[in-house]
Design a protein around this ligand. Structure first.
Ligand code: NAP
Length: 299
């Protein structure tokens, strides 16, 4: 039986894998996305990871993964669907039907993009609606786009797109931003960025492709692309009956990654915490692996 199964291969999962391996634990990483590195792959530039100023998110994710691979960490492509405690540990059933057994679980499944839920959003996904400016921005070179949201993702996306698009509308439902003040200042200095504040999108309209974004107050923005950056939803569905979730769906756990359930640890964006960043995810992975190691040694 394995000592640790880690669910997720983002920075939290990979860090947990490195710490587990170095603690001589028998570890397997189960990842939904083949050769994945999590959300970080979508980050154009990560300027706040200590010592790596200006690092591209995709490259940083690859470095994290290489580190785990070089230490001999094994990966399995699969989606964990069901978790059940038994006398010696945990049984994890994958979507394929395969059942894995492990002494401990480190659940680091991260979060997915929240949707606006407005007419046209689903119909035009991939036809002008995108959730990843880093991935799709280049398709809108010289065009007009709207970015929806007021957090760091929306601000970073608007900055990235302003370097390639003709016009960027930054559409936010309030008149204060949740994201970094320094990025707001950089955006204010851009001639092709227009802030559209106290504005709630009501519909995305087009024919074959997106043609405009309509706002609840009746305003219309003529755009070729709509980049939705309104936060994330934690991937806790498979474990909602196993561990305690807070009102937003995050798993209740402190810095140690320990949950109230024996042998079940968490790391990264999935847990209740104040700051969801690469650096805190990496830190979580180290803590959760150390907690799992201590738990195994005590058994
Ligand atoms: P976030 O901080 O949760 O921001 C989501 C934004 O979307 C908020 O401004 C929110 O408005 C808005 N919003 C939510 N639902 C909406 C809806 N239905 N319609 C319109 N607007 C809606 O999410 P995030 O920007 O993805 O960032 C997540 C975490 O990652 C944060 O901790 C962030 O700091 C971090 N991050 C950091 C970096 C970086 O440091 N470079 C880059 C990306 C992300 P309200 O403000 O009104 O609630």
């Amino acid at each position: 039986m394995l000592d640790v199964i880690i669910i997720g291969s983002g920075p939290a999962g990979l860090s947990a894998a490195v710490y587990s391996k170095r603690a001589n634990l028998n570890v397997l990483v189960v990842e939904k996305v083949y050769f994945g590195t999590g959300q970080i792959a979508e980050s154009h530039q990560v300027d706040n990871y200590l010592g790596l100023l200006g690092m591209n998110g995709y490259d940083l994710g690859e470095k994290f993964r290489d580190h785990a691979v070089q230490l001999g960490v094994e990966f399995k492509n699969g989606e964990a669907e069901h978790f059940e405690a038994f006398e010696d540990g945990w049984k994890i059933q994958l979507k394929s039907g395969e059942v894995l057994e492990t002494r401990t679980v480190i659940y680091a499944a991260g979060a997915i993009h929240r949707h606006l839920g407005i007419p046209g959003e689903q119909d035009y996904t991939g036809k002008g609606v995108s959730y990843c400016a880093t991935c799709d921005g280049a398709f809108y070179r010289g065009k007009n786009v709207a970015v929806i949201g007021g957090g760091d993702t929306a601000l970073d996306d608007a900055l990235l797109l302003s370097d390639m698009c003709n016009k960027v509308y930054l559409v936010h439902r309030r008149n204060e931003f949740r994201g970094s003040a320094s990025t707001v200042e950089r955006l204010q200095a851009k001639e092709n960025v227009e802030f559209v504040l106290e504005a709630k999108p009501s519909a995305i309209i087009g024919t074959d492709m997106v043609e405009r974004l309509e706002l609840e107050d009746g305003r219309t923005l003529e755009v070729d692309g709509v980049f939705v950056a309104v936060g994330m939803v934690p991937m806790t569905n498979p474990v909602k009956d196993v561990v305690e979730l807070d009102t937003n769906g995050y798993i209740v756990a402190g810095e140690t990654g320990k949950t109230a359930v024996n042998g079940f640890f968490v790391a990264g964006d999935i847990r209740t915490k104040g700051l969801r960043q690469v650096v805190t995810a990496v830190s979580d992975g180290a803590n959760a692996a150390t907690s799992a190691e201590q738990y195994i040694r005590q058994q």
